[in-house]
Design a protein around this ligand. Structure first.
Ligand code: HEM
Length: 404
């Protein structure tokens, strides 16, 4: 299914490489606008200004729980599908009090202090990957470094076998990509395989407990009413998906931005202590999550001069908001010392990214080690040959060939 009826064609392949000029027009001409997703034919509202995005993300009139929508709403119908149901009972698809209950169960594992304890292990994983890369001279940085690093970290944290990481990558890539020609088949198949995989892991942990988050969650589920069996599957699905689909593109987009701006790269090489501020600017400049997930209107809602009809969904474009000139002077300038830099690449409000401290640690360690160990790092292709992924959820490159 494909339609070109949109006044602003965000999904067009030529827009994907750089959606920013189109977002600038949208912010000016139609800051809250109804579009039709060409892949599904379903309408979706898009918010592109920084202040509007923040307002949307803290507006409790909207719901994340599609079961609360009027019958017949597309989002509710989708959730009625058995596979979707198996994977959709998680905190990012819940409102308080369910959201609070689910988030609290795992939040302790992701606090800055707990995450700091992972520093030696993240460093060791990054060094192992760099050792393996060194002899090769030219690699796809996403395949050899940016993907396996966060995937290994989240798999170890949860207690999921790291050997299975290529299967997760296939499933999750399919799950976050738009359907090709409106065909939901591959997405449903990937969802089913992922759900079955999680089920089999849980079955094993029930009989062979270990010292990991998976075992801890299984025991919470077994204790009674705090976590249902479906919520347990949803939790693992969300953590595995969010734990790596995003950080891979923080590293990938970050390296890309540095290689496009040699003077910033030199500043960072000369002063690695700038890494934390550089990571914030990478998140702002080309954040890995282009748009949030949907919030829905359970009844007609007036929002910034528009009426969002009951059952329809709204997205904030985080990439657009983080380039709003009212919030960020010269937003197109990549400045690794930008201050202040209150970007919303991790979202805002109650669904603010649970993994932000982990992603920041992984990003800072990975990038500094990469620059230290590969002093001649450069693109192995012409920048114009790089291709970006389809869809408006994840903003990342398909491949990042580099030489060193
Ligand atoms: C650079 C990397 C990352 C970025 C840019 C990112 C971005 C985001 C964003 C924008 C949201 C909110 C989505 C919305 O409101 O619709 C979110 C939520 C979430 N993220 Fe991340 N994320 C990253 C890494 C991680 C990691 C490493 C984890 C590890 C566990 C994680 C776990 C989560 C979870 C569980 C939520 C849902 C929180 C809730 O509903 O309360 N993320 N993330």
């Amino acid at each position: 299914m494909s339609t070109n009826s949109n006044r602003f064609d965000l999904w067009a392949p030529q827009t994907r490489a750089n959606p920013l000029p189109l977002y600038a027009r949208m912010r000016q001409e139609a800051p809250v606008v109804r579009l039709v997703d060409p892949n599904t034919g379903v309408p979706v509202w898009m918010v592109t200004g920084y202040k509007d995005a923040v307002d949307l993300l803290r507006d409790s009139r909207f719901t994340k729980d599609s079961r609360k929508l009027p019958d017949g709403s597309p989002a509710k119908q989708l959730r009625a599908n058995a596979i979707q149901q198996a994977l959709s009972q998680h905190m990012l698809m819940a409102d308080p009090p369910d959201h609070t209950r689910l988030r609290t169960l795992v939040s302790k594992a992701f606090t800055p202090r707990r995450v700091e304890e992972l520093r030696p292990r993240v460093t060791a994983i990054a060094n192992e990957l760099l050792d393996a890369m060194k002899a090769r001279g030219e690699v796809d940085l996403l395949d050899t470094f940016a993907f396996p690093l966060p995937m290994t970290v989240i798999a170890e944290l949860l207690g999921v076998p790291v050997e299975d990481r290529d299967s997760f990558r296939d499933w999750t890539t399919t799950l976050v990509s738009p359907p090709v020609n409106g065909d939901m088949g591959p997405i449903q198949k990937a969802g089913m395989q992922f759900a079955q995989y999680i089920q089999s892991l849980l079955t094993r942990r029930r009989t062979e407990p270990r010292d990991d988050l998976l075992t801890a969650l299984v025991s919470v589920e077994e204790q009674g009413d705090r976590l249902s069996p479906t919520e347990l599957v949803g939790m693992l699905f969300l953590l595995l998906l969010a734990g790596h689909e995003t950080t891979v593109n923080l590293i990938g987009n970050g390296v890309w931005a540095l290689l496009q701006h040699p003077e910033q790269l030199e500043r960072l090489r000369a002063n690695p202590a700038l890494i934390e501020s550089a990571v914030e600017e990478m998140l702002r400049y080309r954040g890995p999550v282009e748009t949030t997930t949907q919030r829905w209107a359970p009844q007609d809602i007036e929002f910034h001069g528009q009426v969002i009809p009951a059952g329809e969904g709204v997205l904030a474009s985080l990439l657009a908001a983080d380039h709003d000139p009212e919030q960020f002077p010269e937003p197109e300038t990549f400045d690794i010392t930008r201050e202040p830099n209150r970007h919303i690449a991790f979202g805002f409000g109650i669904h603010f990214c649970l993994g932000a401290p982990l992603a920041r640690l992984e990003g800072a360690l990975a990038l500094n080690l990469l620059l230290e160990r590969l002093p001649r790092l450069r693109l192995a292709v012409d920048p114009g040959e790089l291709r970006w992924r389809d869809g408006i959820l994840v903003h990342g490159l398909r491949r990042l060939p580099v030489a060193f």
